[in-house]
Design a binder for this molecule. Structure first.
Ligand SMILES: C[S@@+](CC[C@H](N)C(=O)[O-])C[C@H]1O[C@@H](n2cnc3c(N)ncnc32)[C@H](O)[C@@H]1O
Length: 264
C-alpha cells in the first residue's frame, strides 16, 4: 500500500466519520443535563472542539421553542482545524442555527464568557494535561466559566488492553481507520496514540498523533472535587446495550469507556 496521499478525503472528514457521532452525543448530553439538573441544556461549550461537530449538532438538534434557544461555543487553538469546521459544519447549518454557534480560535483557558450550562472536553482531549496541577487548573477554569448549577463532562478510557501497545483496524466500508496505541508507560501513564486512515489503496499515516496522560476515573473524580464541583457522577458505557448508565461500581473490562461529570 502506498503512503502518499493523492486523492484521499480530508483527514478531518475521515476523523468525524470514524470516531465521532455528533448528533447522538449532543442528544445524550442534553438528556443527561436535563436529568441531572432538571432544566434544559441551553448553552453547550465544546472545549478542544476540533471541527466543532458536536457544537454544531447541538444547535441543529432540539425541538420547538427550546431547540431554537440552544447556543454553542467551540474552542480550539488550531486555526486550520477550526476553519475546516466553520466551513464544513457551521456553514452547513440553517442561518438561524449558524448564528447561535460561536467559534473561538484560542487556548481553552482564554474563554470565560458567556457562561455555559455544560462544558464538554471529548475524545480525551484534556489528556494533553500531563501534570495534576495543570488538569486541576483547567477544571477550576471550567467551573468559573459555568452558570450556577452547570456541569463539566469528560470522557475517559482504560482497562488492561489500554495498558499495552496495540493496534485496531476498524472497517468503515469506504475506508479503514486504524487506532494505534504505540506505547504506554505504567509509571507516568503517558500514552502515544495515533490514528491512521486507509482508503483507495493509500495509507494516511499519522493522520492524528496524541501525546496524552491516561487519567483514571478516581483521579478525575478527586480532581473535580478539589476544583469545587459538588457532585460527581460516572456514566459507564454498557457495550451490550450501546448506552451509558450511571454507575458507582463496574466490572473489570479489558477496554472500557466512561464519562465523568462534575456539577458545580
Ligand atoms: C483529540 S482532538 C479532539 C477533537 C474533538 N473534541 C473530538 O471530540 O473529536 C484535540 C483537539 O484539542 C485541541 N487542543 C489541544 N490543546 C488545546 C488547548 N490548550 N486549547 C485549545 N485547543 C486545544 C487540538 O487542536 C485538537 O483539535
Amino acid at each position: 500500500m502506498s503512503s502518499h496521499q493523492p486523492d484521499l478525503p480530508s483527514r478531518y472528514l475521515l476523523y468525524q466519520l470514524a470516531v465521532q457521532a455528533p448528533r447522538e452525543d449532543a442528544a445524550l448530553f442534553a438528556r443527561w443535563f436535563r436529568r441531572a439538573t432538571g432544566r434544559p441544556l441551553q448553552i453547550l461549550r465544546e472545549d478542544f472542539c476540533g471541527t466543532a461537530a458536536i457544537a454544531c449538532a447541538f444547535v441543529a438538534g432540539g425541538r420547538g421553542e427550546q431547540g431554537g434557544k440552544r447556543r454553542a461555543i467551540g474552542v480550539d487553538h488550531d486555526a486550520p482545524t477550526l476553519a475546516w469546521g466553520a466551513q464544513h459544519n457551521q456553514s452547513q447549518l440553517p442561518a438561524s442555527a449558524r448564528s447561535r454557534v460561536q467559534l473561538h480560535c484560542q487556548d481553552v483557558h482564554a474563554i470565560r464568557t458567556p457562561k455555559s450550562d455544560l462544558i464538554v472536553a471529548l475524545n480525551f482531549s484534556y489528556c494533553v494535561f500531563h501534570e495534576r496541577t495543570e488538569l486541576l487548573h483547567y477544571l477550576r477554569h471550567c467551573r468559573s466559566a459555568l452558570r450556577p448549577g452547570g456541569a463539566v463532562l469528560l470522557d475517559v478510557f482504560g482497562g488492561g488492553l489500554a495498558h499495552r501497545p496495540f493496534s485496531e483496524r476498524i472497517n468503515h466500508g469506504a475506508f479503514v481507520h486504524v487506532w494505534e496505541q504505540r506505547s504506554f508507560d505504567p509509571i507516568t501513564h503517558r500514552v502515544d496514540c495515533r490514528i491512521h486512515f486507509e482508503a483507495r489503496g493509500t495509507r494516511m499515516e499519522n493522520a492524528f498523533v496524541y501525546d496524552w496522560r491516561m487519567w483514571t476515573v478516581p483521579e478525575l473524580v478527586d480532581l473535580l472535587g478539589e476544583a469545587g464541583f459538588k457532585t460527581t457522577e460516572v456514566l459507564w458505557h454498557d457495550a451490550e446495550r450501546g448506552a451509558f448508565r450511571r454507575k458507582t461500581r463496574a466490572p473489570s473490562d479489558p477496554h472500557w469507556l466512561a464519562y465523568v461529570t462534575g456539577r458545580r
